[in-house]
Design a protein around this ligand. Structure first.
Ligand SMILES: [Fe+2]
Length: 431
């Protein structure tokens, strides 16, 4: 973000002496992108930030992937991935399960009740969408509370941890978009100096940075506590296009030892309810729904909105062959509850791969005429390289979705699930 913030205790001039009350120097760290040529921040530590007492391997949960071959549109049911017992043992970092991925981005999912270890993703930025529940996120830049509908953008190599708010009936559900690059607002939303422009569907006022006093002021007796930091980083991992490995660094002190920082690189939060939808007389294409972008992918969201108002408009999309992309839609909220257990619903992902035209299921186009409002909430990721299935993607596949456009195939299959799918998806969203 080219949006300057400052917090805590920093010296008036950068790269100059900055001392504690006792006269000891603070240790200045520049955290910067693109080799000192892009956004950066300066952090002032109580301890030397390079300090490591020990290092060992972190066996990151299965990152292998399976090609989507033969080419198949799919319906993945993420809510089947964590049962109640698993949730009680899960944290957002080490328990997340890989759903889909390629050499640019990985989509994982976690439902978690336990605090995560300290964590640093050196592969790239993370965009964690909070489907349900709430948590406190502690970072070296400060802490923030997150809740349903928040996108939490965490820059590459930011030390942080996730502390879910205890709520057995509504556990923390995190949809984790891990880039191998940086994640930012689309460039076309930004002025040449980085301000969000008038036509953008959100602006700086909608972004929450870390607030309150820096945690270094609160850790007290924990300041000298030995700490493990789980680091996800580049290496030679399993699976095509995947090079994810993990290490654990042991520090002889608490990682939240930053007394002040300033700059344009920091974690921030944007809530999907602050996205102002752009609508039109006829159907608007998915780029109007875009919220973020990374290298090789975009993130869009479909929010409750007035739909097309030309007298002859068709509110659902035309069939489309987005020839350069795989499209995956994560269904968060809306009218999908009626299909629960049989087809696309809350917690579903639809996978529409390049090479296959997709659009409304039979009957949905005619059925949408006259509808004035879509009450839906979905998060879409479009990738330019093909997505492969992670272990969780394979486990969550209902195996029926490819048949959902074919009434004849539905009758042959004879299953209620297939029949229900035929009435879903296109009646609501871009998918
Ligand atoms: Fe689509």
């Amino acid at each position: 973000m080219a949006y300057y913030r400052a917090a805590g205790n920093i010296p008036p001039k950068r790269h100059t002496q900055h001392r504690r009350d006792g006269g000891e120097l603070y240790y200045e760290e520049l955290m910067g992108e693109e080799g000192f040529s892009s956004d950066s921040s300066l952090l002032y530590h109580r301890n030397i930030p390079s300090t490591v007492s020990a290092s060992r391997v972190w066996e990151v949960r299965d990152q292998s992937t399976t090609p989507n071959h033969p080419l198949t549109p799919r319906h993945l049911k993420l809510h089947d991935l964590f049962d109640d017992a698993a949730v009680q043992e899960a944290d957002v970092v080490t328990s997340r399960r890989l759903v889909l991925g390629n050499g640019d981005v990985r989509i994982s999912y976690a439902v978690a009740a336990r605090p995560s270890p300290w964590y640093r993703n050196a592969m790239g930025d993370e965009c964690v969408y909070i489907e349900r529940g709430a948590a406190h996120v502690e970072t070296v830049f400060g802490a923030f509370a997150v809740a349903e509908g928040d996108y939490v953008i965490i820059p590459r190599s930011t030390t942080h941890r996730w502390l879910p708010v205890e709520d057995a009936a509504n556990p923390l559900r995190a949809y984790c978009i891990e880039a191998n690059s940086h994640i930012s607002p689309p460039k076309r939303y930004l002025s040449r100096y980085g301000q969000l422009l008038e036509h953008a569907p959100y602006c700086e006022r909608d972004l929450r940075g870390p607030g309150g006093p820096l945690l270094a002021e609160d850790i007290g007796a924990s300041a000298d506590e030995e700490t493990e930091i789980y680091i996800k980083h580049r290496g030679r991992g399993p699976g095509p296009g995947n090079s994810v490995v993990g290490s654990i660094h042991v520090l002889p002190f608490h990682p939240l030892d930053v007394v002040g920082w300033d700059g344009c690189l920091y974690p921030y939060v944007f809530n999907v309810r602050d996205f102002e939808p752009i609508t039109g007389r006829v159907h608007q294409p998915p780029p109007v729904h875009q919220v973020f972008e990374g290298m090789g992918f975009v993130v869009c969201n479909f929010v409750p909105r007035k739909v097309d108002y030309h007298p002859l408009s068709i509110p659902v999309p035309y069939y489309h062959s987005n020839v350069d992309s795989d499209e995956i839609m994560f269904y968060v909220d809306g009218d999908y509850e009626a299909r629960k257990g049989s087809g696309i619903g809350r917690g579903s992902i639809s996978v529409h791969p390049g090479g296959h035209a997709h659009g409304p299921q039979p009957g949905a186009t005619e059925g949408s005429i006259g509808v004035e409002y879509f009450d839906e909430l979905a998060v879409m990721v479009d990738t330019f390289r093909p997505l492969e299935l992670g272990e969780a993607g394979l486990a969550a596949d209902d195996g029926l979705y490819a048949l959902s456009w074919s009434r004849a195939a539905g009758k042959q299959a004879g299953g209620q699930a297939v029949a229900a799918l035929q009435d879903t998806d296109g009646a609501h969203s871009e998918g």
